[in-house]
Design a protein around this ligand. Structure first.
Ligand code: SF4
Length: 318
């Protein structure tokens, strides 16, 4: 079957949910086919800023060839320090960029045809129906890549349950254990409770074993990401403690030191500097003290290496 043979009307059925959008914990209830938009300021289109090969993820996600990542625009969180703010800010020029389904599928297939059989959806929590449409269309076209759900952790348990059997690898952030930080830095309430419930559901679905294929790519599992923020070491330790004590010390964790202050945060918050080696190393020590033993820690040089620039062409993370 070719893209032109797909029944687009039938494929688009999941988008009906956007007529009264309660996809994420904001529960806005707005009609995204109208001009009245919710917290994420997203419509019912395929608002995608880029489809590209990304080699800067954790080794089992990027593998040797990279992952095909689909970057949705906007976000259901608005973190003041977001490294991807050019696409995630709900007011930015790029936040309304939209592609036809035909175009999105063509771009993805071009990458899959290069031998990359893993497809990541980045910040998909406010575009879950679009994500499902893309996956269904790919299956109809006989492409069955490993599906990675790369979210900020601000997800609804009910939506995650509906993804059972659709998503192969969950790659959520766990940003805060302290309620005040979610409000101050990301503009959302109840982040700790919401992300804990979401990640508990991901763990229920996938357990703690990360299954890898012969090429070293994950094909099933859960990896939790945590970015250590300057001056917030205790928050990081409390996040790790919750994972070790409430879920399992066997979970794979990506403990990131790559924080870099963007132009937006320098004057406004106490986040206007990179992480000190001692701050990060204290958190790494805590990681081991808690019995956590799977995952990745970064070198401090990652502050220079991991800064994305979405104004670059083609492969923004390379
Ligand atoms: S996805 Fe957007 S519109 Fe829907 S509930 Fe969340 S923030 Fe509101």
């Amino acid at each position: 079957m070719n893209i032109g043979d797909l029944d687009f009307e039938q494929l688009m059925q999941p988008l009906k949910e956007l007529g009264k959008c309660c996809l994420c914990p904001h529960n806005c209830g707005v009609n995204r086919f109208s001009d009245k938009l919710g917290f994420c300021k997203s419509r019912a289109d395929f608002n995608i800023s880029s489809v590209c090969i990304h080699r800067g993820e954790e080794p089992p996600i990027s593998g040797s060839k990279g992952i095909c990542n689909v970057f949705f625009t906007n976000c259901n969180m608005q973190c003041v320090y977001c490294q991807n703010y050019q696409i995630s800010e709900n007011r930015s020029e790029r936040s309304m960029e939209s592609r036809s389904l035909n175009m999105v599928l063509t771009e993805i297939i071009e990458i899959l045809e290069q031998g990359i059989n893993i497809l990541g959806f980045v910040s998909p929590g406010h575009f879950i129906p679009q994500m499902k449409v893309i996956i269904t269309a790919l299956h109809e076209l006989d492409y069955h890549p490993t599906i990675v759900y790369n979210s900020n952790g601000f997800d609804k348990v009910g939506e995650l349950k509906k993804m059972e059997g659709i998503v192969d690898v969950f790659l959520p952030d766990m940003k805060y254990a302290h309620e005040s930080l979610g409000q101050k830095f990301s503009g959302v309430k109840n982040y700790p409770q919401i992300s804990q419930a979401a990640i508990r559901e991901m763990y229920r679905q996938k357990g703690s074993i990360l299954h890898l294929n012969e090429e070293g790519y994950a094909w099933r599992g859960l990896i939790i990401r945590h970015l250590v923020l300057p001056g917030q070491g205790q928050n990081s330790k409390d996040v790790l403690r919750w994972i070790a004590e409430e879920l399992s010390p066997n979970i794979s964790i990506s403990l990131m030191s790559q924080y870099y202050p963007t132009a937006r945060v320098c004057n406004e918050f106490d986040l206007g500097r990179t992480l000190k080696a001692k701050e990060y190393n204290d958190v790494v020590d805590c990681f081991y003290e808690l019995g956590l033993h799977k995952g990745w820690v970064q070198s401090m040089e990652s502050q220079d290496n991991y800064r994305p620039d979405f104004d670059n062409e083609v492969h923004p993370f390379e």
